[in-house]
Design a binder for this molecule. Structure first.
Ligand code: AMP
Ligand code: GLY
Length: 417
């Protein structure tokens, strides 16, 4: 008789992405999450150890004899958590600190893209503010527009896309005020086109791309207002052909992994490529070294069984077996705190009524306060609905939102539209 061995997985993080991962993985493994949040705790065991507490995480992994650690957020990866775990012998899903610079330093990422021949916007890097302003003047004089980027990690506030020279010059001042993250500025030519996210599982022996998904990054309807970490996602994308996806894998994913390998850098984790489909083909806007949020909430709802196995294989040097993907349409709408992406308050009570069977509520920033569910972050909840068509998934998601409220709650009404 075949014996089933239960794999024990530790998921690090406490947002909507980690909720989606923990929920999905718990269908085929025993899952612990650290630190998790109030909603994750409804699906799996949460242990109160912070993602930046490396010693605490190593101890937890040891005490619980976990088989695999999946690191959710970028900060601990950039700070070397995956290296520390692997040094202690834990199979870990997430790149080491050097490869994580693909996300931690936009200057590093652009230099690697150039070396690897990845199609991307032309750019220059600057430390000197006057020189950066000169460059912006020159770009506008040539009839081009710019995207200004703080090279370091600026928590989603580090990119300003500028349509006029005065926006460009002001944008430089705004970014410079961020301090350390913007010591180096990357200034790119502004590209135009539609965007999508390609998340690719990467091991030493092969890659496997998850279904493509589209994020809505601006805070208000019709793509108005400032950028956020993401206000909602949907998948599949009817406007995107399979050929463009294959072309993206071949031109954006494969060459950058080869460039890392040339530098003797192994990459075990997920590579997130932010792509803009321009009139000249797909171009890489950015890489992230972790699952997207809220992309992952949508993706997890389309996957069949096999994620635990795929993450384990990627982490241990095995081949990644493709995961079945359903033909369902999924729409995930994020409900945000009043003021987000600017300042917002926490600790406000959340009320949730009956949600339909095709809805899953992912918690992004929630906590329990004396038994009451309260807000605990900028993005609070992700309402994820499945439908036979995009329109049906949308309708189901927005119907469910009618059952949810907290003071100051706001969301986009055009996700997937
Ligand atoms: P990032 O943080 O690099 O993903 O940038 C945030 C958003 O800014 C992207 O999703 C794009 O919408 C926009 N963006 C970044 N770089 C460019 C560019 N070179 N041209 C046009 N838009 C850009
Ligand atoms: N939703 C965009 C990101 O995860 O960076």
């Amino acid at each position: 008789m075949r014996q089933t061995i239960t794999v024990r997985i530790l998921v690090i993080g406490g947002g909507g992405r980690e909720h989606a991962l923990a929920w999905k993985l718990s269908q085929e493994a025993e899952v612990i999450c650290a630190p998790g949040n109030a909603g994750i705790a409804e699906d799996v065991e949460c242990v109160s150890v912070a993602a930046h507490d490396f010693a605490g995480i190593l101890k937890l992994a040891r005490d619980r004899e976990v088989d695999l650690v999946v690191v959710g957020p970028e900060d601990p990866l950039i700070a070397g958590l995956a290296d520390a775990l692997r040094e202690q012998g834990f199979a870990t899903f997430g790149p080491g600190t050097v490869a994580a610079q693909l996300e931690g330093s936009k200057a590093f990422a652009k230099a690697m893209m150039q070396r690897a021949g990845v199609p991307t916007a032309s750019y220059q890097t600057f430390i000197d503010t006057q020189a950066s302003k000169e460059y912006v003047r020159k770009m506008f004089a040539e009839g081009k527009q710019v995207a200004l980027k703080a090279s370091g990690n600026a928590l989603g506030k580090g990119v300003i896309v500028c349509g006029t020279l005065s926006e460009g010059l002001e944008g430089i001042e705004t970014l410079k005020a961020l301090g350390e993250a913007s010591r180096t500025l990357v200034i790119e030519e502004r590209l135009t086109g539609r965007e999508f996210s390609l998340l690719t599982l990467v091991g030493d022996h092969g890659i496997y791309s998850l279904p493509v998904v589209q994020d809505h990054k601006r805070v208000f309807d019709h793509d108005m207002g400032p950028n956020t970490g993401g206000m909602g996602t949907f998948s599949p994308l009817e406007w995107l052909s399979a050929d463009i996806v294959s072309q993206t894998e071949a031109e954006v994913v494969t060459p950058i992994l080869q460039a890392l390998r040339d530098d003797k850098l192994s990459y075990r984790g997920v590579l997130f490529s932010g792509i803009m489909v321009t009139p000249d083909g797909p171009k890489c806007i950015e890489y992230n070294v972790r699952f997207g949020d809220p992309e992952t909430q949508t993706i997890m709802r389309r996957l069949g069984p096999g994620l635990a196995d795929a993450l384990m294989s990627a982490s241990t040097g095995g081949e990644i077996t493709p995961i079945p993907v359903s033909a369902d349409h999924v729409v995930t709408v994020n409900l945000a705190s009043g003021g987000y992406p600017g300042e917002y308050s926490k600790g406000l009570p959340i009320f949730i009524g009956a949600l339909g069977a095709r809805v899953k509520l992912f918690h992004a920033g929630t906590a329990l306060l004396n038994g009451q569910l309260v807000t605990n972050g900028g993005r609070v909840l992700g309402v994820s609905a499945v439908g036979d068509t995009l329109a049906m998934a949308r309708e189901t998601a927005y119907e469910a939102i009618g059952q949810i409220s907290f003071p100051g709650m706001h969301y986009r009404t055009d996700i997937g539209a």
